[in-house]
Ligand binder design. Structure first.
Ligand code: ATP
Ligand code: MG
Length: 428
């Protein structure tokens, strides 16, 4: 074949794919659940461009992060500017928030987004070069309850889809002062192990040692096991915040585990960080993740407002649904399928079908005359509940033949009564 889909990307199709999580019906159902839950928690949709100036992500995601050092799709536009396909959503939301001075429009702002993200990764199950995220950001509230609200929202989203038994792993990366103390202790601990660390972690040792805790390298993980815990280096403010988040979660009945190795891949986090983990996806076990990032807006030249959010990968959500055989198929609206026999019937049917569509009845029509049995089989294949047959006899009598394709019952009805009858049958 001459043209093929780029590596690490996939098509979402209405049918014809063996990978069930790529069926567009499923995506629509999940997207509807997202819009519904966002409304229930009063988060409003924000849509930002798919590409931004590269500098935004250098700053927002962090120059030492895996995303910036290895994963970005960066290109020069025809005007010589460096642009990057967005690898994540938060940086763009913060940019838009500042650019449109939304901070003037209220004390607390809650946003959600759904959309594709781009990362140049080694493609494998659950890891793609284009993936989709549902994310939320709550800006303006420093309260630990806000962290809990965001975490609870994410858990409720999974619960509503029928995904149970996920574990929330939560940690705090403290405030600047806590991290300063912790970093010193961590460096002390890691120094003798430096030659055994992965090359990536050796670089991190210089630039961003906390990240070593997050390393996926098995040897690094072994070394890090006995590293000091940030929980012993918290300032009292950071400790109080963390304890309040945990007690709010308890009050909301969210099961969680404290995991002092979580630091998250992005540079901007402070205080709360969390990951929601599943055992259904093999190596790609994190289904959603987030945290608090109080300093980010200021770093971008905006007001010094606190913020907390999460992002969850929709491919991974859908794969868990499939793995757990959770059925999300929505009951489709009954489809009416018009079968004209002959040229004149064709014109007549086209008008009738259009009237049905205007009345909100899902309708399809075949634009050619085929043998009646073949046409009925085609109608069944499209999933139609009813078909309307119009042949020479019906034309003469001003009637149509209405057939229920499931029961095979059929009745002759007056053409003028068809719309009323179909409305009745399809409950419009
Ligand atoms: P990982 O540790 O798996 O690389 P990450 O820390 O890079 O994840 P985030 O930047 O927090 O992930 O992105 C939020 C969510 O988006 C992840 O929890 C995951 O569900 C999803 N995600 C991230 N990268 C990919 C990818 N390449 N393909 C599919 N989903 C992804
Ligand atoms: Mg990653």
């Amino acid at each position: 074949m001459e043209h093929q889909i780029p590596k690490g990307t996939f098509d979402i199709l209405p049918y014809g794919t063996e990978e069930l999580w790529r069926l567009s019906d499923l995506w629509q159902t999940v997207e509807e659940a997202i819009r519904r839950i966002a409304t229930d928690y009063n988060y409003r949709e924000i849509r930002t461009p798919m590409f931004e100036s590269t500098a935004l992500f250098d700053r927002g995601v962090g120059e030492t992060s895996d995303i910036v050092t290895k994963e970005m799709f960066t290109f020069q536009d025809r005007g010589g500017r460096s642009m990057t396909l967005r690898p994540e959503g938060t940086s763009s939301v913060m940019r838009a928030f500042i650019e449109h001075r939304l901070f003037n429009l209220g004390p607390v702002h809650k946003f959600f987004y759904i959309g594709p993200m781009f990362r140049y990764e080694r493609p494998q199950s659950g890891r793609y070069r284009q993936h989709h995220q549902f994310g939320v950001e709550a800006i303006g509230s420093p309260h630990p309850e806000q962290d809990a609200e965001v975490i609870e929202l994410l858990c409720q989203f999974y619960t509503r889809l029928g995904i149970k038994n996920l574990v929330v792993h939560i940690n705090t990366v403290g405030d600047v002062e806590s991290r300063l103390h912790f970093k010193a202790a961590l460096l002390d601990y890691l120094k003798p192990h430096l030659p055994e660390l992965s090359t990536d972690s050796q670089t991190r040792f210089e630039k961003n040692p906390l990240r070593i805790l997050d390393s996926k390298d098995p040897k690094d993980r072994e070394i890090v096991k006995n590293a000091p815990s940030i929980l012993n280096y918290l300032t009292s403010a950071a400790r109080t915040h963390f304890e309040s988040v945990c007690s709010s979660l308890q009050a909301l009945n969210i099961a969680f585990a404290i995991d002092d190795k979580i630091v998250r891949g992005l540079d901007y986090y402070n205080k709360t960080v969390f990951e929601v983990i599943t055992t259904d996806l093999g190596a790609q076990g994190t289904i959603g993740a987030g945290g608090r990032f109080d300093g980010l807006l200021k770093t971008f030249g905006g007001p010094d407002l606190p913020a907390v959010g999460f992002a969850t990968g929709l491919e991974r959500v859908l794969q868990v649904l499939i793995a757990r055989q959770i059925s999300l198929t929505k009951s489709p609206r009954p489809l009416v399928y018009f079968i004209p026999m002959g040229e004149e019937a064709q014109k007549e049917c086209f008008v009738l079908a259009t009237l049905c569509r205007h009345a909100g009845i899902a309708t399809d029509i075949r634009f050619e005359t085929k043998k009646i049995q073949t046409a009925i089989l085609d109608a069944v294949k499209t999933g139609a509940h009813y078909c309307v047959i119009l042949g020479a006899n019906e034309l003469k009598d001003n009637t149509v033949l209405l057939k229920n394709l499931q029961t095979r019952d059929q009745q002759v009805i007056q053409k003028d009564h068809l719309l009323t009858k179909l409305k009745e049958l399809t409950h419009v």
